[in-house]
Design a protein around this ligand. Structure first.
Ligand code: UN1
Length: 505
């Protein structure tokens, strides 16, 4: 277990000032609930309004700064993230319980976003088109909306905020960032790095707190765009609150019931590895984690045996030990939720292959550790556990007979975030590509592992059509048409006449 470090003193960042060092709530390590990571202020309604006002005040100056100079701030940020990679990964592992190897990969993912943003600073920002009128030049240009609220989850507490802050700031918006109340320390560390990199006061403001702080932020009409990743229920609430505001864009990434489909011609070992990584990396707590592996009936018995044996061997333990496969779930509430879904699976007639439950891998400390729960379930209507998101190490193996049936099973959930198909057949691959509902699709891979220069989003209850990471530029800017006449008289498109009886006065 980690050496106990002094708790982080949480503060808000508003208009470039660090403020409000109150002890309203604590962040605990899920691997050891006796370890306090830090104490934090829950932002008041007045502080939320102040943060939005600070972002609004900083907006005109930031928007007028050269895009290339804005991008260069991200180059400095990249150097700081490289300098601090180990410390950031360590803090993240302690605060959210992900294994240190995964935390390192996440810091690298955040770095990649920052590098991507820096690189795109000198790339084209619009389009040049032709006009019907030879003397006219026509451009499509992007403009920032203004203030972007960034509300992010605990499971990717560094990379996901950067997926949102990066494109928003590059395009000239200013931001108010509220990290999850389960990972405020790593969120605060990120904002400290923004400050050190020289982002001007007010461009990145930080609020801490629970859903009530998020709600006050979303209700503030000074916010133009809300970028959110989290549960469907919260995403729906944000969209409802936003519906009455003009000029409000919501980019929401929400739940999932992602899946791996193992076809009859699958490479067997690859299929087992893909299923295990998809189901149990991050203890099943990625939004793209597979809650289902849909397996051809000719393989299911052999697959179930290999999958269960492998799942039993996975080591869940101290996040700081790189030899462990994964760490705890985020808190006691998550333990309760996963255990209740394990119980529900049995009630719904599942055949349990690996009996998961609470474990205590670290002697002398109480953490939120769960071992994998694996079961076989037939595709039947009204089985909740194969349709609802569990967000923990809980995987259903479901047999299918035909590819058409596999698609039906895959699509038979309210979500549509990510899927993988394991096949050697290009016809089959194409069939699943076209028939399944998803935002990220993979072939002969796990259904986790997206890269930052791709859009990251989903359909149905998983997303509202505004993907994150590289895709976010479309949500944080609006496109403008800009037409310039180089002639000395006015000529209109569509043959519209410009004759004014008697000429201009
Ligand atoms: C998430 O699941 O919340 O695709 C984000 C992946 C990571 C990001 C996951 N690059 O697995």
């Amino acid at each position: 277990m980690s050496l106990m470090l002094p708790p982080v003193r949480g503060q808000l960042a508003i208009a470039g000032e660090w403020t409000s060092a109150r002890d309203d709530f604590t962040s605990l390590s899920p691997a050891n609930l006796a370890e306090v990571i830090g104490t934090f202020p829950n932002a008041t309604a007045g502080e939320v309004a102040d943060a939005v006002r600070a972002a609004r005040a900083a907006f005109p100056g930031w928007r007028r700064t050269s895009r290339i100079l804005r991008a260069e701030c991200f180059d400095r940020l990249a150097q700081l993230i490289k300098r601090d990679t180990d410390a950031l990964a360590h803090l993240m592992a302690r605060e959210c319980g992900k294994n240190i190897t995964e935390c390192r990969a996440e810091v690298v993912e955040g770095l990649h976003m920052v590098q991507y943003v820096f690189g795109t600073g000198r790339m084209p920002v619009g389009e040049v088109l032709a006009s019907e009128i030879a003397e006219k030049d026509v451009f499509v240009r992007r403009k920032p909306w203004g203030v972007v609220a960034v509300i992010t989850p605990w499971n990717f507490p560094f990379a996901v905020p950067l997926w949102m802050l990066g494109p928003s700031l590059l395009e000239g918006n200013t931001c108010v960032f509220k990290p999850s109340e389960d990972t405020p320390a790593i969120g605060q560390r990120l904002v400290e790095l923004f400050a050190e990199a020289g982002f001007p006061a007010g461009t990145v403001n930080l609020l801490h707190g629970d859903g009530s702080v998020g709600e006050a932020l979303v209700r503030d009409p000074g916010v133009n765009v809300v970028c959110f990743t989290g549960s469907y229920e919260v995403g729906k609430r944000i969209q409802e609150l936003s519906a009455g505001l003009h000029d409000r864009i919501v980019a929401a990434e929400m739940g999932s019931k992602s899946a791996v489909i193992v076809c009859e011609d699958a490479r067997f070992d690859l299929a087992v590895t893909a299923g295990i990584i998809s189901g149990f990396k991050t203890s099943g707590q990625r939004c793209v984690s597979a809650g289902r592996v849909i397996v051809h009936e000719s393989l299911i018995d052999r697959y179930a045996k290999a999958f269960a044996e492998t799942a039993r061997r996975l080591k869940f333990g101290d996040p700081l030990d790189p030899h462990n496969f994964a760490g705890p779930v985020i808190h006691e509430g998550a333990v309760e939720k996963v255990l209740s879904y394990n119980a529900l699976a049995k009630k719904e007639g599942a055949t349990v292959l690996v009996e998961g439950g609470e474990i205590h891998p670290v002697a002398g400390s109480k953490g939120c550790f769960l071992s994998p729960f694996v079961y076989r379930q037939e595709a039947k209507p009204d089985v909740r556990t194969v349709r609802e998101e569990v967000f923990g190490p809980h995987v259903a193996l479901i047999p299918f007979k035909t590819d058409e049936e596999a698609v039906r099973i895959y699509n038979d959930t309210d979500y549509g975030l990510s899927m993988a198909v394991i096949t050697e057949s290009y016809r089959r691959m194409r069939f699943f590509r076209d028939e399944c509902e998803y935002g990220m699709g993979y072939v002969n891979l796990p259904c986790i592992g997206a890269e930052v220069h791709l859009p990251f989003g989903g359909v149905k209850k998983s997303g509202n059509g505004h993907p994150s990471a590289a895709g976010l530029v479309d949500a944080v800017t609006h496109k403008t048409a800009w037409t310039v006449n180089h002639g000395t008289e006015i000529k209109m498109a569509q043959g519209l006449t410009t004759n004014i009886e008697g000429g201009p006065a």
